[in-house]
Design a protein around this ligand. Sequence first.
Ligand SMILES: Nc1ncnc2c1ncn2[C@@H]1O[C@H](COP(=O)(O)OP(=O)(O)OP(=O)(O)O)[C@@H](O)[C@H]1O
Length: 440
Amino acid sequence: MKTHILLVEDDVASRFGFIHFFSREGYAITEATGIAEATEAIAGQRFDAVILDNNLPDGNGIDFISTVRTYDGTVPIIIITGTADIPLAVEAMQRGADNFLTKPVDNAGLSAFLKKTLEIGVLKRRVVARQRLEKQEEMFWGNSAAMRQAFDLARIAAESDSPVLLTGETGTGKGMIAKWIHRNSSRSDNEFVEVNCSCLRGELLAREIFGNARGAFTSADQDRKGLLDIADRGTLFLDEIGDMGLEVQAQFLKVLEEKTYRRLGDVKLLRSNFRLICATNREIANLLKKGLFRQDLLFRINLITIAIPPLRQRMEDLPAIIAAILRSLGRDDTSVGPEIMALLRGYTWPGNFRELHNVLERAHLLARGGSLLPAYFFGLNGAAAPLPASAAPVPRALKPLDMQQIQQALDEADGCVEKAAALLNVSRATLYRRLKQNGE
Ligand SMILES: Nc1ncnc2c1ncn2[C@@H]1O[C@H](COP(=O)(O)OP(=O)(O)OP(=O)(O)O)[C@@H](O)[C@H]1O
């Protein structure tokens, strides 16, 4: 992807010289001749740097810095003026400019400055991305034929920029694979933006995806960016896309076809260069038959389809997955004996990897650092075994979900739905659905 500069300059000759030099250097340039055009450009997309003449026909560049910053807090801003004026330079820096140059601008010097600034920007973003990555759990692929095929497809997906559709039961790792593809793609320095289409319906989902203009609805007291804005140059992950309502499907299809969109209540056309990954645990074929999913949208999103097999269909991976989970729990020293293995092999794992993880974590808590005993693996064959009297509390498995316990789990998880769902031993989707039913 080319480095993209917004050049705000009313003087034709200066603009021409700049564009001539920087295009040859490999930059992409968007031109604006004044504040109004520049505002429109910056509201519509993200730039890597903004070069801003101070004397513009409809205002001055220094006053415009704060507008740029409301849209992008970190983009480098370089102010250019006709005269060297030290107080003005100081003011520009105080208002958030990164550099101040006087005309005639030394393009080679400006290019060197830009390269350094952009490198620092990229490094900063990489550090943030790495920190995020380190916090992520390690993706475990396994060795079964079905997972090897899923891995090969995920690698192809990471190398391409095409839309990906991940299908599979709850807890099979669709969300993890979506993040894996993003982290291993050329977009990894940019945002991975996730929205669960089963939690937000109708206009709420549309607002989240498209954003809204001030006044678009009663409580819209300011312009709000949508996820499409935030996912610009990154990845947009639409989880549970099978639950997206038909109206939002039509709006979203338009974005995919026309590559432009409008915030709710706004007339301005915006662009976002996002990569799309969708996931569903519902049978899309059934939804098509019932008229609940648009075929034309399906054709747009399923260029690469990765079907993730349920755990019960890849039991050959079980020992290695168990070892990987125990390692992640800090129990590399431990293994499960043949009796426990038989128990785990005999279970159907409707909650897949997530459920296996929870079962092992619960056994690990009960073992309190000692050996894993078959008694700690209760409930897998339908019969719930009583807890040993000395045992530590067990992560909860709720049936049906109780709002008080949900609230407690959310409190313990600092409001993180994913963590709360893990504590409750249910999928995020189930938890969201329950919260929605209760109007939370
Ligand atoms: N292959 C895997 N390697 C490591 N951990 C995994 C894997 N698959 C799933 N997990 C674990 O299971 C949890 C559930 O995974 P994830 O949320 O990606 O599943 P999902 O298919 O998106 O589920 P849902 O449809 O319920 O949202 C993750 O938090 C992770 O801990």
